[in-house]
Design a protein around this ligand. Sequence first.
Ligand SMILES: *[C@@H]1O[C@H](CO)[C@@H](O)[C@H](O)[C@H]1NC(C)=O
Ligand SMILES: *[C@@H]1O[C@H](CO)[C@@H](O)[C@H](O)[C@H]1NC(C)=O
Ligand SMILES: *[C@@H]1O[C@H](CO)[C@@H](O)[C@H](O)[C@H]1NC(C)=O
Length: 407
Amino acid sequence: MQSLLVALLSVVLLAQRGEGLSIVGHRGGFSDNTSYVPEHSAAAYALGAYAGVAYLEPDVVSTKDHELMVMHGNDLGGTSDVAEKFPERVATKVISGKNVTGYFTEDFTWAEISTLRLRARAYGGQGALDGIYPFFRFSEMLEFTKTLARETNRWGELGVYPELKMPTYFRSLGLPLEEKYLQAAADAGYCTFDEAGFCASTTNGEAPGPFIAQSFYSAPLKYIQSHSEFQRVVLITSVVPRGPDKIKTAAQAEAYAKYADIVALPISWGAENFTRATLLAQAAGLEVHGWTTDVDPAPYRMLVDLGVTATFSNNANFADGVLQQMRQPQSEPDDDDAPDDDDAPDDDDAPCGDVPTEGSTGVPHHHGTGIAIGMVIGGVLGVLVGAGPVQVLRARYNSNRYHDIEG
Ligand SMILES: *[C@@H]1O[C@H](CO)[C@@H](O)[C@H](O)[C@H]1NC(C)=O
Ligand SMILES: *[C@@H]1O[C@H](CO)[C@@H](O)[C@H](O)[C@H]1NC(C)=O
Ligand SMILES: *[C@@H]1O[C@H](CO)[C@@H](O)[C@H](O)[C@H]1NC(C)=O
């Protein structure tokens, strides 16, 4: 009787605490390699919004003619057909002390980049949705977020969480990101500039949702801090031991708190380093977010228990399934469907994601929800891409939800 009571109580507590963990749709939220969806595409963002992510996560870089666009980094090679369309433009450059070969955004005008079509990174040009979607300019992505906020009845709630990528590098090329980033936010209605150049957050219902600025670097976050009211996230590198060593003392955590509201810590550090850093950050008054979860429910328990308030996800549909289970009271709380207490997060938690394993149980089968969401997505994407790819996408979306997950 007592153990049943404890079990029920822990389910209630877990349900309450599960409420506090929200999902950041990494590159839209379907960038793991079990999805066919090209990262940062309209399809990725639409699917993320319909899967219920709290934030859509674009990465922001510059073109040669200083247009801000959305891509994971400055190399167009892995995520588009640039090698076929502009084969002669391949270049090798020293970036951060390393020779890097690719097709770099800073060497292309926006007019050139807008002729390219996106590819899903994991499928080498053979992805089912490759060749359909163009790149977004940052301003267009923000406008699309507004469309999605309306379509999903989440106006005022659907957030964006844009990362300023390689800010020092782009500034050194005379293509600084910060000013244009804030201008794009203002143009999309997230904030309004006063005469002194300070962008005050919009409060009259004009903003589609929260706007959180994100970077690995302090300089752009300090710029955002002195020019806006937006919340700021400082990302800490996953590289070991450099990453964990960056937040090992109270003084280090307090230094981040001077220019950031939130610190995003790599789950790949493992439970011990992640826990220590989380407690230090929270003691310094910082909120903690985690990056990045894939199709594995194991890290969620740790995140919820530590009071982490958001996690980047490479598969938002999977993440939503895990959180729904944590929120729903179970009739048999201690059966195999619950994530194991001793499930430690994987050490090799690479951003591109693991395929589900036998151990990846613990996710409910929302057949009804999945089909309903699939139908709504079909409607939205039908407008965007025509019927063929939508069938593929819908099938894939549903299979991600309750076929792949069953492993
Ligand atoms: C980059 O490649 C060039 C040519 O192969 C070489 O001379 C140079 O040392 C390399 N630089 C770095 C930083 O690896
Ligand atoms: C934890 O951090 C230390 C450095 O502070 C590092 O040596 C160790 O490998 C890290 N553990 C994991 C699992 O990454
Ligand atoms: C996806 O990632 C897993 C683990 O990293 C790998 O084993 C698998 O081959 C990948 N699949 C594709 C289609 O790239």
